[in-house]
Design a protein around this ligand. Structure first.
Ligand code: UTP
Length: 474
């Protein structure tokens, strides 16, 4: 659209104020404003205003006919060992055939951690202080070597952190991965609106835009051409994970195998909730469809329900680890009635300017952001399968600066994992009752990225090292 047409379209949509300062801007600033404006789907904003803002409605899920979702328990919790073994074999076959790529969503703002920079550049490991991105890169490299097929890695960034993320990878030589197999692409953005549905201006020449949520990854994979790269490379399976979780087994053959053997379009890992009020989503069934209900949407009484054996009924916690079929992503990204991911509303304090152009620093929420969540794709997937995993093997996110899910808890969970691997081999390491080892040690993913690969490397060591403070296994 040419400049006057964009401005007219905004005026027609009741959003003409976005260009209130247009005439006083220099050429570069006008261009910035127009570029922001061109990203906005005005009809979408009008729809969201009507549904989510004007009615003051949040996206609350209906609870009608809700039951807990079934899942495949681990063999140690009653699952069928033969089925798990078959899944692992199928996953290994897919990896050797090069069908699987890794996919991290790294476009979040990481406000709770309060770290200045892309979250993936945050140092997390106990000794070497490796960054999240380095841990992931080494896991992906090691798995590629193990299965004889280098693994492609897709990384979704945001407008705000794309350049810094790209530079970080370049400066670190892509941590030994081939740059041709590391694919960065930006996610989409959405404008924030005030409580009357008017688009907020951040400055006279910029609109208050923010990333469109991890659910935006499906359309971003399509729009960026990432799906076309996958098609060219013979990749049909994506291992989806979040940037804040260094414990994740990015390449887990059993998970991949369950997904393939069940012909699933989107599979998920669950952990049993640690306690009724744990703040994670719940896998549930409704009208024969699998859905994820956020913890805030499931009434406390239901969260506390137990079965006759005293086990929580809604036990299956969602930890944002999925396997996705690329054709499914294509279908979801194309959208159309009944296929689109819904937007969720989040009320936030959004720095903005007022009608006179003066900056406002809000002390209470002054506007609404719109985000899509990837787990809303689950009900659209055919043959969805959920498998159980142990929290200790897959999940310890860095969300907060302190307390729960913080750098400290994550560092300790990594140490516990290293200690478990050592104890599962013939090396004994002293731990406290929570499994935390006394010595501070570190295992490089290039030595072992799960129990199997660790044990293999450990067994091959001609001389076993003494396990003391500072031991680094690579
Ligand atoms: P979180 O829900 O933890 O959000 O994201 P966040 O923005 O990183 O952190 P806070 O809430 O501001 O503290 C979970 C995962 O989804 C990604 C994040 O990068 C993280 O890996 N994400 C989130 C995106 O990629 N894009 C988004 O728009 C939102």
């Amino acid at each position: 659209m040419a400049t006057p047409e964009i401005i007219e379209a905004f005026q027609r949509a009741g959003q003409g104020h976005v260009f209130a300062f247009h005439d006083e801007l220099d050429a570069a600033a006008r261009e910035r404003l127009l570029a922001d404006a061109a990203e906005i789907d005005l009809a979408e904003i009008a729809r969201l205003h009507k549904t989510l803002v004007a009615g003051n409605a949040s996206f609350a899920a209906s609870l009608d006919g809700l039951t807990p979702a079934p899942y495949e328990p681990l063999p140690e919790h009653g699952g069928d060992p033969a089925a798990w073994a078959a899944a692992k074999t199928a996953g290994e076959t897919a990896l050797r055939a090069g069908r699987v790529a890794a996919f991290v969503v790294a476009g979040g703002q990481g406000t709770r951690l309060g770290y200045d920079g892309p979250k993936g550049t945050y140092p997390v490991t106990p000794l070497r202080k490796k960054t999240l991105f380095q841990v992931f890169a080494e896991k992906i490299r090691a798995a590629g070597l193990r299965y004889g097929k280098p693994i492609h890695w897709f990384i979704m960034t945001s407008h705000a952190n794309h350049a810094a993320t790209e530079k970080f990878f370049r400066d670190n030589n892509h941590f030994g991965l081939s740059p041709a197999r590391v694919h960065l692409f930006r996610q989409g953005r959405m404008p924030a609106v005030d409580l009357q549905g008017k688009i907020l201006l951040e400055t006279k020449s910029t609109i208050a835009m923010s990333p469109d949520g991890h659910g935006g990854s499906l359309r971003a994979l399509q729009r960026s051409g990432a799906l076309d790269i996958m098609q060219r490379e013979g990749i049909d399976t994506l291992s989806y994970f979040q940037v804040d979780n260094p414990l994740i087994r990015i390449i887990d053959p059993a998970f991949i195998g369950w997904h393939h053997l069940r012909h699933s379009e989107m599979s998920s890992k669950m952990i049993p909730k640690a306690y009724a009020g744990e703040k994670i989503g719940h896998f549930c069934m409704q009208n024969n469809r699998l859905i994820v209900i956020e913890y805030s949407d499931l009434p406390v009484a239901m969260q506390r329900e137990t079965d006759p054996a005293g086990k929580l009924r809604y036990i299956a916690g969602s930890i944002a680890i999925h396997i996705l079929d690329t054709n499914f992503i294509r279908r979801m990204a194309a959208g159309g009635p009944g296929v689109e991911l819904p937007f969720h509303r989040a009320d936030k304090k959004i720095p903005a300017i007022d009608a006179a152009g003066n900056p406002v620093k809000p002390v209470k929420p002054n506007g609404v952001k719109f985000e899509m969540f990837v787990f809303d794709a689950v009900p659209h997937a055919k043959n969805s399968v959920i498998i159980e995993t142990l929290r200790a093997n897959d999940f310890s996110p860095v969300k907060n600066a302190e307390g729960l899910d913080s750098p400290k808890t994550c560092r300790e969970d990594q140490l516990r994992q290293f200690a478990r691997w050592l104890n599962a081999s013939d090396a004994a390491i002293e731990t406290d009752p929570t499994g935390l080892p006394k010595p501070v040690i570190e295992v490089s993913p290039l030595f072992g990225y799960d129990e199997d690969s660790f044990t293999e490397s450990w067994t091959r060591l001609p001389a076993k090292p003494t396990i003391t403070d500072g031991l680094y296994l690579e």
